[in-house]
Ligand binder design. Structure first.
Ligand SMILES: C[S@@+](CC[C@H](N)C(=O)[O-])C[C@H]1O[C@@H](n2cnc3c(N)ncnc32)[C@H](O)[C@@H]1O
Length: 245
């Protein structure tokens, strides 16, 4: 069952933290701060439903709704083992994307979308210093957050060690790597680490990767956008896996 928040200040706060799934506005009640709320929801491309007062009275169960309520988007994160089990149940080698502090929700959404389309089994993000699955990510993923398993972990390095103990080979995507991504064998059980937009993969995480791989660059800019880099590498994994069959 959806959880609802009501009242103008509470709804605006929820909008600012990108956690509104659907906005409910009382028909005809469009004056004052409600205009700001509707404007923000429109900017964020959130579904707005104009409803009768009765509907809002029901949602708020007698509370003061001031003509507005919102359904809260709460993503239920999976465990790393759920991602592994998804692969094992499908009798496939695990194919996991590990995001080391991706901060931009649009990048996170885009990577989740590519990972889902590429047939990966899940995406792992850290609890801290990372974008989390909110309405912006949900939209940027084109709804892929509803299909792909996303796990939120306390420590990426520990998770990598855990995956390595399960015979999963961990590649770090790094523009300074020696090996080229397309000359590296990316078949078998693998995890691909993609780093933060500004600082790349953190030192400790990098040290714990089995191998670093790079996408060649020929221009003046010293890196690709994280979600573009992820897409290029994920599709090389797809290519190699299909060639293997
Ligand atoms: C914007 S880049 C980070 C740039 C950062 N200044 C650095 O030193 O890594 C974000 C992430 O995208 C991936 N990436 C970007 N360009 C890449 C390339 N040429 N080869 C492999 N990965 C790349 C890496 O995972 C990187 O951590």
């Amino acid at each position: 069952m959806a959880e609802y928040i009501f009242g103008r200040n509470a709804v605006l706060e929820l909008l600012n933290s990108n956690k509104v799934e659907v906005l409910y506005v009382q028909k005809g009640n469009l004056k004052g701060s409600i205009e700001k709320i509707i404007g923000k929801a429109k900017d964020d491309k959130i579904v707005i439903k104009y409803v009768d007062k009765n509907k809002l009275d029901n949602i708020s169960q007698g509370g003061t709704h001031q003509g507005v309520a919102a359904a809260v988007l709460e993503y239920k994160y999976f465990q790393v083992d759920d991602i592994l089990n998804e692969a094992y149940e499908k009798k496939e080698d695990p194919f996991i994307i590990i995001l080391d502090e991706i901060e931009d929700p649009h990048n996170l959404g885009a990577i989740i979308r590519t990972a889902e389309v590429a047939g990966a089994h899940g995406v792992i993000i850290p609890k801290r210093r990372s974008a989390t699955v909110n309405s912006v990510v949900h939209k940027a993923s084109a709804g892929a957050t509803s299909y792909l398993k996303i796990a939120k972990v306390t420590n990426i390095t520990e998770t990598i060690k855990y995956l390595k103990a399960k015979n999963i080979f961990i590649y770090g995507a790094d523009g300074e790597a020696k090996s080229f991504y397309n000359e590296t064998n990316l078949t078998g059980p693998i995890g691909i680490v993609v780093g933060n937009e500004g600082k790349g993969i953190t030192k400790l995480v990098k040290q714990n990767c089995d191998e670093l791989i790079k996408i060649p660059m020929f221009g003046n800019i010293n890196s690709l956008n994280a979600s573009n880099a992820a897409a290029i590498i994920l599709y090389e994994v797809v290519r190699q896996r299909n060639e293997e069959k």
